[in-house]
Ligand binder design. Structure first.
Ligand SMILES: [Zn+2]
Length: 303
């Protein structure tokens, strides 16, 4: 990590893609595929690792533009897992190769590459949509960019309490596309969220972990299908990381990836809010977040 330019600047999609291309050759059984494309046509890269005979877990990041540190964290996890498994070493005291012999995972480090680039580089990163992004930014001066390029907040666009969420949004004065918290014209209106739905349809995920920033918190509950095991796992992850187990409130309480996953499958789903401070979290936090969460990430595959 120390000598690698990718980890020493805000998330860069080109360097990210180049790095992901190198990983399968470094770790037997790992492969790279795309779950779909963003609105601007960027691949939604996924890495599979482990035993194809086991039901995988899904770890996703980069859902919100300004939370690109989660994309870097999951890339760092993927790279460390690949190299450590290949060398027979351990992460947080857990043998990486034996984890991959008996489990499997899919990493989707950056679900919202267009929004990440807008958050880092401004409207010019939006290509032929830069004019509309510029207007949305001008209508919300000072707002941090979380949405995709169409001004839809992807974590408000999943089909879980979406109508309730729309009412909450409207009561908060959020009725049109913008930098944050607009849930879109209908659930799964965006190619990025539709790609997650398809991915979940193709893979029988045991569990889902959706990484966001910030707060050092773990959310595990959504509605009546939440399995009791969800709280147990949240407590294990919290004990490992010293994060806090929480329940969401307000407009964060519906429409999210983990909400939809729990409602759809009745299996454990989690939102992990990494780091502490104001988004975008400074790049300098990446190493300390990684140090604190590497055991949690290994456990997310094991539990
Ligand atoms: Zn978020």
């Amino acid at each position: 990590m120390r000598n690698d330019p990718f980890y020493h600047q805000p998330f860069d999609f080109q360097l990210y893609t180049e790095k992901l291309y190198t990983l399968p050759a470094r770790c037997p059984g790992m492969h790279l595929f795309s779950a779909g494309e963003s609105v601007l046509g960027k691949p939604l890269w996924c890495l599979f690792a482990g035993d194809p005979g086991c039901a995988p877990v899904l770890l996703a990041g980069g859902t919100h533009g300004s939370e690109w540190i989660t994309s870097m964290l999951l890339t760092l996890f993927a790279e460390t897992l690949a190299d450590t498994a290949a060398s027979g070493g351990s992460i947080a005291g857990i043998r990486a190769d034996s984890v991959l012999q008996h489990h499997s995972l899919i990493l989707l480090p950056c679900l919202n590459p267009d929004g990440v680039e807008i958050a880092i580089h401004g409207p010019t990163a939006a290509g032929d949509r830069s004019g509309s992004v510029q207007r949305m930014m001008e209508e919300h001066p000072g707002a941090v960019w979380q949405a995709n390029v169409r001004g839809v907040d992807l974590n408000h666009n999943f089909d879980a309490g979406w109508e309730v969420l729309r009412e909450l949004e409207q009561r908060s004065g959020i009725c049109v596309p913008g930098p944050t918290r607009f849930g879109g014209p209908c659930p799964f209106s965006e190619p990025e969220t539709a790609a997650v739905r398809s991915l979940c349809g193709c893979h029988n995920f045991r569990q889902l972990f959706s990484f966001h920033a910030q707060g050092e918190e773990i959310y595990w509950r959504y509605g009546s299908r939440t399995p009791g095991r969800g709280l147990l796992i949240a407590r294990i992850l919290a004990a490992s990381s010293d994060y806090t187990v929480c329940d969401p409130t307000g407009t964060a309480a519906h429409g999210g990836m983990k909400d939809w996953f729990i409602q759809q499958t009745g299996r454990p789903g989690f939102t992990i809010e990494v780091g502490k401070g104001q988004n975008p979290l400074p790049l300098q936090q990446l190493e300390s977040i990684w140090e604190r969460l590497q055991e949690l990430m290994m456990l997310s595959v094991l539990v």
